[in-house]
Design a protein around this ligand. Structure first.
Ligand SMILES: Nc1ncnc2c1ncn2[C@@H]1O[C@H](COP(=O)(O)OP(=O)(O)OP(=O)(O)O)[C@@H](O)[C@H]1O
Ligand SMILES: [Mg+2]
Length: 330
């Protein structure tokens, strides 16, 4: 599959009072048209910083450096025509965890949807309004024409998230980046929103980068998975391979912490990963996971291995990966 978006050697450094914090350290990512890439990993491992840097929306204290960055087969310049700032909202859109970060509380949602469209297309207001109504209906909002006149605070969290998805779709983007789009919602609404995203993706043939903590979600919707730890991708590949036969001890630890029906009995203790993510301020020598790792060997203190293909499909960054034929811990 040709890549829709691809980025190599992405690093993000944040200025902090204690020194530079290396939030993202040499990440390569690619997503194809119609493909869902899930980005997973513990809190603080750099998922949001990665997403924000793809959208050129990093906070002012953060600096990004990239090797190669292409979108739809073209190099993405830092500014001007074809830059992320020019593509954002049009060919690239982002959905956040908290809809109120994207929706302006002081404007009616109709005006906001229409403004997004007219910023990128020279279209009459009536055309933009028709599209807004059609998309609100498509994302499951009834009485769309009436809803257009409402303010965000007049809607429930689930409805606001649907509005934000409609807003992301206004210009029919090629790629959507969704950062924990359902974490703030209750479980039944979460499932509905994820199904909606998946259906929309199939209808419109978009690429989707979905950031989530929830490996259950990943197993249901990902085509490919990238597992992040301490600012690096430690394992990446087809979802079935990464989830079914994890090779990085960190991926294995994450999976062992998820209950599996038929394997775990109710009330049984699940696996945990001891310790916490190390500080990313200053330099990191060796593998950042070694102090928490069951499989660490002396070389882990000095080598921070690059992501390398194993068995031809998944790629893993580990000097002592889990053997391919390992039994999964129950
Ligand atoms: N505005 C900021 N200023 C300073 N440090 C930040 C800022 N935002 C994030 N960081 C730090 O950057 C690192 C990566 O954070 P990031 O938000 O990308 O993690 P994440 O994987 O998205 O976590 P979560 O799952 O909690 O959303 C963390 O160490 C975090 O503390
Ligand atoms: Mg985050």
């Amino acid at each position: 599959m040709t890549d829709l978006l691809s980025i190599s050697d992405l690093s993000v450094t944040v200025r902090t009072p204690a020194g530079p914090l290396h939030a993202v350290r040499g990440v390569d990512l690619a997503v194809g048209r119609g493909e869902t890439l899930c980005l997973v990993g513990e809190s603080g491992c750099g998922k949001s910083m990665t997403a924000l840097s793809l959208m050129d929306l990093l906070p002012g204290t953060a600096r990004r450096s990239v090797g190669r960055f292409t979108f739809a087969g073209r190099d993405v310049p830092a500014r001007g025509h074809g830059s992320i700032a020019a593509l954002r909202g049009d060919r690239l859109a982002m959905i956040f965890q908290e809809p109120m970060t994207a929706l302006n509380p002081t404007f009616r949602i109709g005006d906001q949807l229409i403004a997004v469209y007219r910023t990128h297309r020279r279209a009459p207001v009536a055309e933009a309004r028709d599209r807004a109504v059609a998309l609100l209906e498509r994302v499951g909002i009834s009485n769309a024409a009436i809803r257009l006149r409402q303010y965000p605070h007049e809607m429930s969290g689930g409805l606001r998230q649907r509005v934000m998805i409609a807003m992301a779709l206004m210009c029919q983007p090629d790629l959507i980046i969704a950062d924990e789009p359902t974490t703030a919602l209750d479980v039944t609404i979460q499932a509905q929103i994820l199904k909606l995203l998946k259906d929309l993706q199939a209808d419109f043939g978009m690429g989707l980068v979905l950031i989530t903590h929830d490996l259950g979600v990943v197993s249901r919707i990902a085509d490919r998975v990238a597992v992040m730890y301490a600012g690096r991708v430690v394992e990446a590949g087809p979802a079935a391979t990464v989830l079914g036969r994890p090779r990085h001890p960190y991926t294995q630890g994450l999976l062992d912490a998820v209950p599996r029906p038929g394997v775990h009995r109710p009330g049984e203790r699940l696996g945990t990963i001891p310790g916490t993510v190390p500080s990313l301020i200053g330099g990191v020598t060796g593998c950042a996971f070694r102090d928490r790792c069951r499989r660490s060997v002396p070389a882990c203190a000095t080598t921070d291995p690059a992501l390398a293909a194993v068995d031809g499909s998944a790629a893993v960054a580990c000097v002592n990966p889990v053997p391919a034929d390992a039994e999964r811990a129950a």
